[in-house]
Design a protein around this ligand. Structure first.
Ligand code: HEC
Ligand code: HEC
Length: 346
């Protein structure tokens, strides 16, 4: 009899574990026709448990020094995981950073992280915000102490890694499991490409103009070439941000910034590395008013036939709005998790 109970118990546990591990799919997928991701999935094999753990950590303010700021304080889902209303990032004690928070979208296809490429590996990137004095201002020793003290987290780390001891590597890889899974590929643009919907006449004209003038840097389907360029912005004399040169010290890299994706750009205002433009209208106007060439400008800007007429500008903006993916922006699997720690521990 005991044996029967034992095997029934083992069987049931296996079913439960396999439901969590196998049956419930990880949210990451490669959309049809997209290139191979840049992220090395062998370095951090995805599992639903790691994803869920990463998601809980992403929304947990306890990772910051005074338990007030989580990753999601600056990276809000409904704006494509950026911070609207703030040109420059807003962190702990209301401290203002030096750059605009970028969106977190399709990061698996990114090679470089941060506006200047200061982070090259998504598995390491989270160290920066966790320890940055103007962001979460904590130190790894203290974070690990807090996590290891929490029975909630020890259980989650055990489920994800088969070991309840929380280490820096596991912490960072869990966060990466969440951020790498943020795939946005179901906008009207994608549905149009798949032949599921048609574009309005204006959107079609906008797409053509975009392909002529913009896609040399914002290439489909990711809407970035994953590289650094100078798109003709004058340097802000107060911020004095040298862009890529900050990392390479190479004079040729002065004023180059990572080409951002334009997916969900309708909702990710304000724009550019310093958030200088509030509206898409301002952005398109910027490209329209540029001089034909100037020292430092990337050569792709020459293909823009300037100035763009008012109608051309409107057409381009109407196309940019087809890149909005409401399914992504409101997907419950990326939201604040309901498994909350607070319910169990606090
Ligand atoms: C105070 C606001 C703030 C907080 C909190 C914050 N970030 Fe960020 N995040 C930024 C800014 C600003 C950048 C751009 C930094 C730069 O370019 O130097 C950034 C960049 C990133 C990037 C690179 C995106 C890209 O495409 O280049 C990732 C990934 C990221 N953050 C994840 C996180 C995670 C994970 C956390 C929590 C551990 C977090 N962030 C907390 C503001 C914040
Ligand atoms: C030379 C390459 C290049 C070309 C051509 C180009 N862009 Fe950009 N774009 C960039 C770079 C680089 C940035 C980021 C610059 C920065 O923040 O300093 C950017 C930023 C943007 C942003 C802001 C996105 C955000 O999240 O902040 C929008 C919108 C945009 N571009 C739209 C366009 C449109 C529309 C066109 C065509 C009219 C265009 N771009 C042509 C390189 C380019």
């Amino acid at each position: 009899m005991k044996k029967v109970v034992f095997f029934a118990f083992v069987g049931l546990s296996l079913i439960l574990v396999s439901y969590k591990l196998v049956l419930k799919p990880v949210p990451f997928y490669i959309p049809k026709g997209w290139p191979k991701p840049m992220y090395d999935f062998q370095s951090n094999p995805l599992s639903i448990m790691k994803f869920e753990l990463g998601r809980t950590l992403f929304y947990d303010p306890d990772l910051s020094r005074d338990s007030t700021i989580s990753c999601a304080s600056c990276h809000l889902q409904f704006s494509g995981f950026t911070h609207i209303d703030h040109a420059l990032s807003h962190g702990i004690d209301g401290k203002i950073g030096t750059r605009n928070t970028p969106v977190l979208i399709n990061l698996a296809w990114n090679k470089h992280f941060h506006w200047d490429g200061g982070a090259g590996d998504l598995n390491q990137q989270a160290i920066n915000p966790l320890t940055h004095s103007k962001e979460m201002d904590n130190n790894l020793k203290e974070i690990l102490r807090r996590l290891n003290q929490s029975s909630f987290y020890r259980k989650r780390f055990y489920e994800a890694y088969g070991d309840s001891l929380v280490s820096t590597e596991k912490l960072l890889k869990s966060l990466a499991s969440f951020t790498v899974s943020l795939v946005s590929a179901n906008s009207k643009y994608d549905q149009y490409q798949r032949g599921e919907v048609d574009f309005e006449v204006q959107e079609k004209r906008g797409l053509k103009l975009f392909q002529r003038f913009c896609s040399s840097c914002h290439a489909e389907p990711l809407f970035t070439i994953n590289h650094f360029k100078n798109n003709g912005l004058a340097m802000d004399p107060e911020l004095n941000d040298e862009g890529r040169k900050t990392i390479t010290s190479n004079q040729n890299d002065l004023g180059l910034f990572k080409v951002p994706t334009l997916r969900n750009v309708e909702f990710s205002f304000p724009y550019m590395h310093d958030g200088r433009f509030k509206k898409l209208r301002d952005v398109v106007n910027h490209y329209s008013e540029l001089p034909n060439s100037k020292i430092g400008f990337s050569k792709e800007l020459k293909s823009i036939k300037k100035p763009l007429t008012d109608n051309q500008q409107k057409d381009i903006i109407s196309f940019l709005k087809t890149l909005s993916d409401k399914e992504f922006l409101y997907n419950p699997i990326f939201m604040f998790p309901k498994n909350e720690r607070s319910a169990q521990e606090k």
